[in-house]
Design a binder for this molecule. Structure first.
Ligand code: GAP
Length: 516
């Protein structure tokens, strides 16, 4: 992360705490690694993200229904899904600092450093050549760039091969050959690389009963797969159809960092779309496009998204892409769209001994459906929104403000009602205005401090509208409506407030953009 971006990121994290968005878990006991609590504003924003996703799935697609499966599942589920045997990260310890790292992350960071060197050369040249700079030509011909690129290609190739074969010795050798040092101790005193299963386990039942080892689910998807038949039969669903779910997932991440980007307890929004074998590529393309439209409709900036198509696929997948968002620490995965073939349903059929198929009345035959999965982390979505919304603005007259330019539909509070003074019947009038709005919009009331301070408090939590009640309001039934982003103020009749706010925060407008 560049120094200024790193500083802004740190300030954003501090802001999240100061304004009740995110707190470290169990903070009075000094916190718990990579576990966070959402505060009074954070939970509203998070709930709005979840509603935006849930409604976009279940309202816009009449063939998608939802479920809410339990976190605990039969242990064989995780054997069948492959998580017991293969949900591993390769880890390595530094003997001097006693710190543990993911071997793949150390190597990816090394690749990132080479990329940074290339970008530095490009930036230097851009400054030197100004308007006439031909970036593509420079990248193809500059000797230093080509040298770095060659190094990157060689390392990437070696790393990919080692990861595909899960060759732990080779991963360690790469770390040694690249001279990668521990960021804490600065030494190369590394242990061997070992596999580390990311699932948390616990025991169900008392030992006397014969306690059973069970896992906290590392993804919500398996709750959908094991309920495929229940939903298909009871909902009389016809293929193609989807099942959506939002819920907690748990992973014992070795490298937990970048705030809520990589957590040990997090929330996923997943949808499995069951299709006829042979049509999966068409549906994969459909969902890839549809999900990007969902992101872009929020208006955070189209240039902040990109696809990252996977070249190397998991053994059960025949296509996969990530939707990446430009965070202060680079483009990072926020969502995955995967074509998972019939792997999961077939595995569960095999392990449970139950027939898990679909009888297709048009073909008059049964088959195991193929699955397209869309899988997004609520917390990563939250982070991407916060990173793009956090702004420190210099104002005219030397003043400054911190404003969260959140999409109005997601803002925790839609409007704050403020009597100019705490007397003369203004608080009572303000309460009347709140009464008109509060059943449809999350509204707050603030009568403390100067009006300027109150505006700043609302800017800091991203409230799109402030409504000020003054003495004239008592006679003309008009208020001052102040807009967060422009800070413009309009005199508006109280009777118009509801429709102005509704227009700005109605999710329907986003849904029309997605479907339009
Ligand atoms: N069912 C497929 C699945 O779980 P994944 O790529 O492992 O795929 C999907 O996870 C999404 O879940 C990611 O794109 C990310 O947004 C989120 N996610 C995964 N691990 C996470 C973690 N440790 N902390 C926060 N979010 C995470």
């Amino acid at each position: 992360m560049a120094a200024t971006q790193e500083e802004t990121f740190k300030k954003m994290v501090a802001h999240c705490k100061e304004y009740g968005f995110v707190f470290p878990s169990s903070e009075i006991y000094d916190g718990l690694g990579a576990v966070y609590d959402y505060g009074q504003n954070g939970v509203e924003l998070k709930n709005n993200i979840k509603r935006y996703w849930w409604d976009s799935m279940t309202l816009l697609h009449e063939n998608i229904v939802g479920i809410d499966a339990s976190i605990f599942m039969h242990p064989t589920v995780w054997k069948a899904s492959g998580h017991v045997d293969a949900f591993n990260d390769p880890l390595i310890d530094n003997r001097d600092s006693k710190k543990r790292y993911r071997a793949d992350v150390l190597i990816e960071d090394q690749l990132g450093k080479i990329e940074e060197k290339i970008e530095k050369e490009v930036e230097k040249a851009r400054k030197r050549f100004g308007e006439s700079f031909d970036e593509a030509m420079f990248r193809q011909t500059n000797a230093r760039v080509l040298e770095h690129q060659e190094k990157w290609n060689a390392l990437h190739e070696r790393y990919s091969q080692a990861m595909n074969a899960m060759d732990l010795n080779e991963l360690k050798q790469i770390i040694l050959d690249e001279g990668i040092v521990c960021p804490i101790s600065g030494t190369r005193n590394w242990t061997d690389v070992r596999q580390f299963n990311l699932m948390f386990s616990t025991e169900m039942g008392s030992t006397a009963d014969g306690a059973q080892k069970i896992y906290l689910r590392p993804e919500t998807a398996q709750g959908i797969f094991v309920n495929y038949l229940n939903v298909q039969k009871t909902g009389r669903m016809k293929i193609p159809f989807g099942i959506a779910q939002i819920g907690k997932a748990f992973r014992n991440e070795i490298v937990a960092r970048q705030f809520v980007f990589r957590m040990r307890e997090f929330e996923q929004m997943e949808m499995q779309f069951f299709v006829k074998p042979g049509t999966e590529m068409e549906w994969f393309r459909y969902w890839k496009e549809m999900r990007l439209k969902w992101h872009k409709a929020l208006g955070l900036g189209d240039e902040k998204y990109r696809y990252h198509d996977h070249e190397k696929l998991a053994h059960y997948a025949n296509a996969a892409t990530d939707i990446e968002f430009l965070m202060p620490f680079g483009f990072k995965e926020v969502e995955g769209v995967h074509s998972r073939t019939n792997f999961d349903l077939s595995q569960h059929a095999q392990y449970s001994g139950k027939k898990i198929e679909y009888f297709d009345p048009e073909l008059n035959e049964s088959y195991t459906p193929y699955v397209i999965e869309t899988s997004i982390g609520v917390d990563r979505m939250f982070l991407s929104i916060m990173c793009s919304a956090y702004n420190e603005e210099q104002l005219e007259g030397g003043d400054s403000r911190v404003v969260l330019s959140l999409p109005a539909v997601l803002a925790p509070i839609k409007a704050c009602v403020m009597p100019l003074v705490k007397k003369d019947g203004l608080p009572e009038k303000a309460r009347e205005v709140m009464e008109l709005l509060k059943y449809d919009f999350k509204t707050s009331y603030d009568e403390k401090d100067s009006i300027g301070k109150r505006y700043r408090r609302q800017d800091a939590i991203g409230t799109p509208f402030c409504i000020t009640i003054d003495h004239d309001t008592l006679t003309d039934n008009c208020v001052t409506l102040r807009y967060r982003d422009t800070m413009k103020q309009d005199r508006i009749a109280i009777s118009e407030l509801h429709s102005i706010i509704k227009d700005a925060v109605d999710m329907k407008n986003l849904f029309k953009k997605i479907m339009g």
